[in-house]
Write a protein that binds this ligand. Structure first.
Ligand SMILES: Cc1ncc(COP(=O)(O)O)c(C=O)c1O
Length: 403
């Protein structure tokens, strides 16, 4: 009998966390590595949020809370969804989870049966597919075109729906491309879903606050309210409030689904950290102006990085409307040879070459289901970004033989 389950053999470790770990290890060993692999803001958690956590500790708010979250944090989530999107929820329609990741995980465990299909537009966040597989579901990947802004069209969505479709995942703004659906695009996708009552839309809005060029974020239910009874909204405080380490996410949706997610959670992690819940409550209820300086910095960095990448030989870069990643196409570097005579056949090899020979950590596009691309996070200082762009440019010039 083998030691490990078949289940674990069906999934792979998170490639983004693996790149991050490798870059951090090289840095710790004294190498001057610029890490563009990680998916977290470089800013510190705002002071008023940290204060709320310190207060919670001082008050002894250090015990179990209700497994699906404190009533106060659930109320903060309800108020946020009402204020930002005009959506109405009751406490039994909301669950607080250990990060946005656990919200998707619990939902998949609570809703999927073996063979149920989950439509996932590619490129996608690496965990959707593996969490689907862990729940014995079947990812159905819809390849999106860069020419259409890496967005799934209504026709592509409709073509992917079968009687076995259980869910369709929307992530806007997207990790890894930064693509964000407009109101009209979402309304058109919503109109398709109205025809298929057996399909549950899952909207991952975790990057909603990180959006550029004055674009107003829209969530599916604002333009397709008839889908309310079967839509699961996923979100969290990790990205908007620079709180990745606190591990607070949440979901809102049909009572039956939220209750089932609570059962999974009560038999696995129980509640999210009590102190972090108090901090998240402050993040949602407190002043929102702390987001502004972060957004301004991300905006400047996005402009800088996109411009630099588009000026490099063999590289072209889509201009993201949101999130803090760029997803440059690198087909112009495939099949090229390094000065040492090593031919670069894949983005995995390209990412290795960039890390080993040029001290820049990036994630190969193969991890996100669409290649040949790289994902670069610009949630790092301008100084590091300049260094990284110089190094990638040197590599691109060496590979293409450009002076
Ligand atoms: C699209 C998307 N959804 C959800 C998450 C989960 O975030 P967390 O679990 O850190 O709250 C991430 C994190 O990288 C993400 O990129």
């Amino acid at each position: 009998m083998s030691v490990l389950s078949q289940r674990v053999g069906n999934v792979k470790p998170s490639p983004t966390l693996a790149v991050d770990a490798k870059a951090k290890a090289l840095k710790a060993a004294g190498k001057d590595v610029v890490n563009l692999g990680s998916g977290e803001p470089d800013f510190d958690t705002p002071k008023h949020i940290k204060k709320a956590a310190i207060k919670a500790i001082k008050e002894g708010f250090t015990k179990y809370t209700p497994a699906p979250g404190t009533p106060e944090l659930k109320n903060a989530v309800i108020a946020k969804l009402k204020k930002d999107h005009g959506l109405e929820y009751t406490p039994d329609q909301v669950i607080v989870t250990v990060g946005g990741k656990q919200a998707f995980y619990n939902m998949a465990q609570a809703m999927l049966n073996a063979g149920d299909e989950v439509i996932i537009p590619a490129p996608y966040w690496v965990s959707y597919t593996d969490m689907t597989i862990l729940a014995e579901g079947k990812p159905v990947i819809v390849d999106t075109a860069e020419e259409r802004g890496f967005k799934m069209t209504p026709a592509e969505l409709e073509a992917a729906i079968t009687p076995q479709t259980k869910m369709v995942v929307f992530n806007s703004p997207s990790n890894p491309t930064g693509a964000a659906y407009s109101r009209d695009e979402l309304a058109a996708l919503g109109a398709v879903l109205e025809k298929y009552p057996h399909v549950f839309p899952v909207v991952d809005d975790i990057y909603e606050k990180i959006i550029y060029d004055g674009v107003k974020f829209t969530t599916l239910l604002e333009v397709a309210p008839s889908l309310y009874d079967r839509t699961i909204v996923l979100n969290g405080v990790s990205k908007a409030y620079a709180m990745t380490g606190w591990r607070i996410g949440y979901a809102a949706g049909p009572k039956e689904v939220i209750k089932a997610m609570g059962i999974i959670q009560s038999q696995s992690t129980s509640n999210a950290c009590s102190i972090a819940q108090r901090a998240a409550q402050e993040a949602l209820n407190g002043p929102q102006k702390c987001i502004k300086p972060m957004l301004k910095a991300f905006h400047e960095r996005r402009n800088f990085v996109v411009k630099r990448l588009n000026a490099m030989p063999g590289v072209h870069c889509f201009n993201p409307q949101g999130a803090f990643y760029v997803y440059p196409g690198v087909e112009g570097l495939m099949g090229k040879s390094t000065p040492e005579g090593k031919v670069i056949h894949s983005t995995l090899e390209l990412a290795d070459y960039l890390l080993e020979s040029h001290n820049v950590a990036v994630v190969p596009g193969v991890a996100f289901g669409k290649d040949p691309y790289l994902r670069l996070s610009f949630a790092t200082s301008m100084e590091d970004l300049k260094k990284a762009m110089d190094r990638i440019e040197t590599a691109a010039k060496l590979l293409t033989g450009t002076k």
